[in-house]
Design a protein around this ligand. Structure first.
Ligand code: 5GP
Length: 119
């Protein structure tokens, strides 16, 4: 697993160096609209801690941070009304997973019927 890069774009967002369209924030979590949305709703949910990926987060994060991330997702999808018709959650991980930004993030995509993973 690669080391955390403090210059990744989400680290800059967390430091307030780059603006974001915040959807939700608490002590451990920030969620904001994706700059290049793939659907009517496309939100990125990130831990505030320095974790490179799903692997890094799931192995190293304390339970409070893991719980906070999942509770935040529950709140966001309910607030956005996505729970009624459904949505997709994606965590691209590493080279094979197509991860571009090396700070762990979960995509919440919805607001319309999302197509197959293999179109
Ligand atoms: P990945 O491929 O790493 O899972 O997804 C990274 C996501 O971050 C992409 O959907 C991309 O559009 C989004 N993204 C990249 N740079 C920025 C940015 O500066 N602001 C926001 N809001 N989203 C970004």
């Amino acid at each position: 697993m690669t080391d955390y890069d403090d210059n990744n774009i989400f680290a800059k967002i967390l430091r307030g160096e780059i603006p974001n369209d915040t959807v939700y924030e608490d002590e451990y979590v920030l969620a904001f609209n994706d700059i290049n949305p793939l659907a009517p709703v496309h939100i990125l949910v990130i831990p505030k801690g320095k974790y490179v990926s799903m692997t890094d987060f799931s192995i190293k994060a304390p339970a409070t941070e893991i719980e906070a991330l999942y509770r935040a997702i529950g709140k966001i999808v309910t607030d956005k009304g996505l729970d009624k018709k459904g949505y997709r959650v994606i965590a691209n991980t590493g080279e094979h997973g197509g991860q571009e930004v090396p700070h762990y993030h979960i995509h919440i995509i919805g607001g319309e019927k999302i197509g197959s993973l293999r179109p």
